[in-house]
Design a protein around this ligand. Structure first.
Ligand code: NIG
Ligand code: FE
Length: 411
């Protein structure tokens, strides 16, 4: 099956040589080809270049993209998009002045979602999550990492992971599953949370690994949640079962989470509002992708991670949606692009690198996804007619995506 996309106004995020991630000042450059073609063979990117070089060839299918641009689909490397019910009551509480921490302490927040997930059937969770995935795809996302974490019991955590497994089978999107056993501390474990950590280590991790339900392990390592010591124990247990870490860190305080992520060679550490020089120094030279979640910082009206200092120091930065009912009820990665530019003063090129190749790295798929590169999977979208690629973050709120192709097929 040979597919040609022709007359592309600009083909964006092209690479001649595949890179696994983009760091520091390189984030400001973006490869593009104007008036381009893209050839897909059996779901894989076979070739691209300027229309003048296309020559005479035959194809099974041709798409004329005149006036339109082509981007690789977004990779969303941090979501909690399997959940039951919404939490707009807490949203009002927050507007009235209660902090995230205060809501969590009185049993709201993550515990509120946990109760609903425990009561929901696997089928219900699957149907709701599938609808959300479709919505994300329509906004241009082609790969999603999905965490458990609203289970809080072994049974409910495994139920969530089974839902993710079904999503992997049912959706053309690339999906990675993360066991987030240690997301919140159940009421009955308050004051003895090390016993809950034991449960994660003795039951959740071995059972999820034995059933092949998890690709990664996560811990909410932060002030008021799990300590560095708890996190180290769980990351060690994860490693014994072949699960690499992707941890929540430094959202509430300089809690040591970033240093712990680096120490255990986590694939990513995420949130990072409280990142100082020591944290940046720890990340430099590591294989851990610093990942910022602009939707959560926006929704919780929080301080912003020091993204410019991180890039100036030579670090890569990834940006994901954090799609979840409590702190970021949207999986729209076009909005993340706009927030990256407006709230973090990233250039559009930096924001595009942060939401494509660097998030692909942060979910362990950048050898196959995240750019338009020969040999990579043909996951891309065709935009509506737009004037420039900078228009993508600029025109916030509207959907600029017209057609999405995953593995070379329109979906
Ligand atoms: O990534 N920070 C921790 N966990 C989620 C919030 C989940 C919730 O409030 O339900 C987050 O923002
Ligand atoms: Fe999160």
């Amino acid at each position: 099956m040979r597919l040609l996309i022709k007359n592309i106004k600009e083909l964006v995020q092209v690479e001649e040589q595949a890179r696994l991630r983009v760091c520091g000042k390189d984030m400001a450059s973006l490869g593009t080809v104007k008036d381009a073609y893209l050839i897909v063979e059996d779901g894989v990117i076979a070739d691209f270049g300027p229309m003048d070089n296309l020559g005479e060839q035959t194809f099974d299918q041709e798409v004329d993209a005149r006036g339109r641009m082509v981007f690789p689909t977004f990779c969303d490397s941090h979501t909690h998009m399997v959940y039951a019910g919404s939490r707009e009551i807490e949203y009002i509480d927050k507007i009235r002045g209660l902090s995230y921490d205060e809501i969590a302490k009185r049993g709201g927040g993550i515990l509120n979602s946990a109760k609903r997930v425990q009561e929901a059937t696997e089928d219900q969770l699957f149907e709701d999550a599938y609808q959300r995935l479709e919505m994300m795809k329509d906004f241009g996302t082609g790969a999603v990492e999905i965490k458990s974490g609203y289970g809080m019991t072994t049974e409910a955590e495994l139920k969530m992971l089974r839902v993710v497994q079904r999503l992997k089978e049912a959706s053309p999107m690339t999906i990675k599953a993360t066991l987030l056993g240690a997301h919140g501390i159940p009421m009955e474990y308050r004051g003895c949370q090390e016993k809950f950590v034991d449960l994660v280590i003795d039951e959740m991790i071995p059972q999820a690994a034995a059933e092949g339900l998890a690709d990664y392990i996560d811990v909410f390592c932060d002030e008021g949640f799990f300590t560095v010591e708890d996190t180290e124990r769980m990351l060690e247990a994860g490693a014994r079962h072949g699960l690499r870490g992707k941890i929540h860190a430094n959202e509430m305080a300089c809690s040591g989470g970033i240093q712990t992520a680096v120490k255990y060679n986590a694939l990513s550490c995420d949130h990072l509002e409280y990142t100082g020089e020591a944290e940046i120094a720890a990340l430099l030279g590591s294989e851990t992708m610093p990942t910022v979640l602009p939707g959560a910082a926006f929704f919780l009206n929080m301080r912003h991670a020091p993204v410019r200092q991180m890039m100036d120091a030579g670090l890569p930065v990834a940006m994901a949606s954090d799609y979840n009912p409590g702190s970021s009820p949207s999986g729209n990665m076009q909005l993340i692009l706009s927030m990256a530019c407006v709230n973090y003063r990233m250039l559009p090129e930096e924001a595009i690198n942060a939401t494509t190749l660097n998030t692909a790295y942060a979910m362990g798929v950048s050898d196959k996804l995240g750019s338009i590169c020969r040999g990579k999977q043909a996951n891309f979208f065709i935009t509506k007619p737009i004037p420039t690629y900078e228009y993508m973050p600029y025109a916030y709120g509207e959907n600029k995506v017209e057609q999405v192709f995953l593995k070379g097929k329109q979906v």
